[in-house]
Design a protein around this ligand. Structure first.
Ligand SMILES: Cc1ncc(C[n+]2csc(CCOP(=O)(O)OP(=O)(O)O)c2C)c(N)n1
Ligand SMILES: [Mg+2]
Length: 348
């Protein structure tokens, strides 16, 4: 079983590090599910500007992606990575501050929703879901190499559809040639928007793409948090120990539409009933109770706790003001001034 010690991982998710790893991971998955359920209802109530793109069904893989990261590592998330963001330190309050355009949030109300990030903490603001983060995360690690800094690992994730883009192929080739310590997490959720795997690629297995670029490939069951933890721990360790880029491929099903504007009616109903269509939150609850990690009452209490946390964060974020255009400097978030001034609210 995967393990992580207190000083190996970030004490960043608000949950005690002393908890067994599967419990800690499950609670992060659950918190992501609870906040995303809230985002979905806020969207339907017309209370959110812009799109809402959720990771329902992908929380196990997303959580396992970043739970083994340390301070100083780099994360380039994609649109379905609320859980991975939370495992890397994103709070419910900062999530909601971004969705509600609060000037107190990490993007200071100037960029929305899934495009948030905290660059000075290694969490890069997402550009696009379709492969652009691979080169950016690789570039971050390459810059550190040029400065003589070693030991950091980068993680970025992508969907099945994204693995056919030019940005993906160029990015992975760059990582491979430079032997950069990046784990590319591929969530094969069977569709790219409404396009099924069969209309996306003709190779037998997406891991063939790792072979094609000369990098290591690993396979996980994306519906099973234990499998995801075991595989991601191995991949992150291999990258950290000099093994170069690692690709992790996990199969699962997106249990929502592409975004909340999409009803996913094109999804083949047989997939929903197949093992790949299992809900990792339900599977995880069963695994934890059968494995003696938790009782059904514990899980109910964790859920209620997460729901109260969302409501408390929402009542703060909804009351906060957006940026004041007269006094806002509008520099890029990556400028040192904003990096240093993060959260001091008023350096311009
Ligand atoms: C050039 C371009 N075309 C289309 C889109 C809209 N778009 C964003 S994600 C996506 C599908 C991605 O599918 P996949 O990589 O499988 O990820 P998933 O959404 O399934 O997580 C599309 C069509 C875009 N962002 N950019
Ligand atoms: Mg997909």
């Amino acid at each position: 079983m995967a393990s992580a010690t207190k000083d190996e991982t970030q004490a960043n998710d608000g949950l005690a590090q002393e908890q067994p790893l599967p419990v800690r991971a499950y609670r992060i998955m659950l918190r992501a599910r609870v906040i995303e359920d809230k985002l979905a209802s806020l969207y339907r109530a017309g209370m959110i500007k812009g799109g809402v793109f959720l990771g329902r069904g992908q929380e196990a893989l997303s959580t396992a992606s970043t739970i083994f990261l340390r301070k100083g590592d780099i994360y380039g998330p994609c649109i379905r990575d609320q859980a991975g963001r939370m495992a890397f330190g994103d709070t419910m309050l900062d999530t909601l501050r971004t969705y509600f355009g609060s000037a107190q949030g990490p993007m200071r109300g100037r960029d929305g929703n899934i495009h948030r990030g905290v660059p000075k903490e290694g969490s890069y603001a997402m550009i696009s879901h379709l492969g652009s983060m691979i080169a950016v995360v690789g570039g971050g690690l390459y810059a550190r190499r040029l400065r003589g800094e070693t030991g950091a690992v980068g993680i970025t994730s992508i969907g099945d559809g994204g693995t056919s883009t030019g940005a993906f192929h160029e990015g992975v080739n760059f990582l491979a040639v430079e032997k950069l310590p990046v784990v590319i997490v591929v969530a094969n959720n069977q569709y790219a928007y409404s396009t099924p795997n069969s209309r996306q690629f003709a190779c037998a297995d997406l891991l063939d793409r790792a072979t094609g670029y000369g990098i290591a490939g690993h396979r996980a069951d994306g519906t099973d948090i234990f499998s995801c933890l075991e595989v991601l721990e191995r991949a992150v360790q291999a990258a950290r120990e000099g093994g170069g880029p690692q690709m992790v491929l996990a199969s699962l099903l997106r249990l929502v539409g592409h975004g909340e504007h999409d009803d996913a009616s094109y999804v083949d109903p047989t997939l929903r009933k197949a093992p790949v269509g299992r809900d990792c939150i339900e599977v995880g609850a069963q695994q934890l109770t059968e494995g003696g990690f938790a009782t059904a009452d514990d899980i109910a209490a964790w859920t209620a706790e997460a729901q109260s946390e969302v409501e408390a964060a929402l009542s703060i974020a909804q009351r906060e003001k957006g940026p004041d255009p007269l006094h806002e400097g509008w520099q890029a978030i990556s400028t040192s001034r904003l990096m240093d001034g993060y959260y001091n609210g008023g350096d311009e």
